[in-house]
Design a protein around this ligand. Structure first.
Ligand code: GRF
Length: 194
């Protein structure tokens, strides 16, 4: 167990593949006065991930991982995590599934944000699937990561009402806005127990 004594902050690595709006949002939260964590590293499997611009802007170390060979990719990831003394991983739109081996070898907590009310709509295309099923609500979930996709213990969820006029794009936008509130909140909850 890690103790949050004095000024010791938790080192976090954020994993992204795309826009990185959650990444940016976590950086901003980490810069608040009472924040108990640093975003120390960003890892992306995608060289052209738009979110990488926030690494430049906020001077966060970035590592791009070539995923042609998953075993090698994860080997490199584990080295980087160790080198940067990472205490916790936040997945934020990372489009690769972490292997059992990586999860075990890292040995510390990994959390993820998913744009649905889990256990509903694991995987991709969550908004369209919720609309197709004529759901009244969707939302977002922050959960612990285990070796099964979107299946770890739930930390926090936020419900979002679906209106008849919503399409997938509108719903995604509404939910993303809530994600930006939920992720820092869930992280706080996790850090209290570290
Ligand atoms: C978010 O909707 C997140 O829930 C999902 O991927 C999206 C990432 O968005 N896992 P962004 O890259 O953080 O803007």
């Amino acid at each position: 167990m890690l103790r949050l004594i004095g000024i010791k902050k938790i080192n976090i690595a954020v994993f992204i593949s795309g826009n990185g709006s959650n990444f940016k949002n976590l950086i901003i939260d980490s810069l608040k006065k009472r924040s108990k964590y640093n975003i120390k590293l960003v890892i992306s499997n995608n060289t052209t991930a738009k979110g990488l611009k926030y690494a430049r802007k906020f001077k966060i170390k970035k590592k791009i991982i070539n995923y042609l060979n998953k075993k090698n990719a994860e080997k490199t990831i584990l080295i980087e995590l160790k080198k940067n003394k990472i205490d916790l991983i936040c997945l934020a739109g990372f489009m690769k599934i972490l292997s059992k081996n990586l999860i075990k070898k890292f040995g510390k907590q990994i959390i993820n944000i998913h744009p649905s009310l889990l256990p509903k709509y694991k995987g991709l295309d969550t908004h369209q699937r919720a609309l197709n099923d004529k759901q009244k609500y969707s939302g977002c979930t922050v959960h612990y990561v285990n070796s099964r996709l979107d299946s770890g213990k739930i930390i926090l969820q936020k419900k979002v009402r679906i209106f008849k006029t919503d399409n997938s794009r509108k719903l995604a936008k509404k939910i993303l806005k809530q994600e930006h509130i939920l992720y820092p909140k869930a992280l706080k909850k996790v850090l209290v127990n570290l």
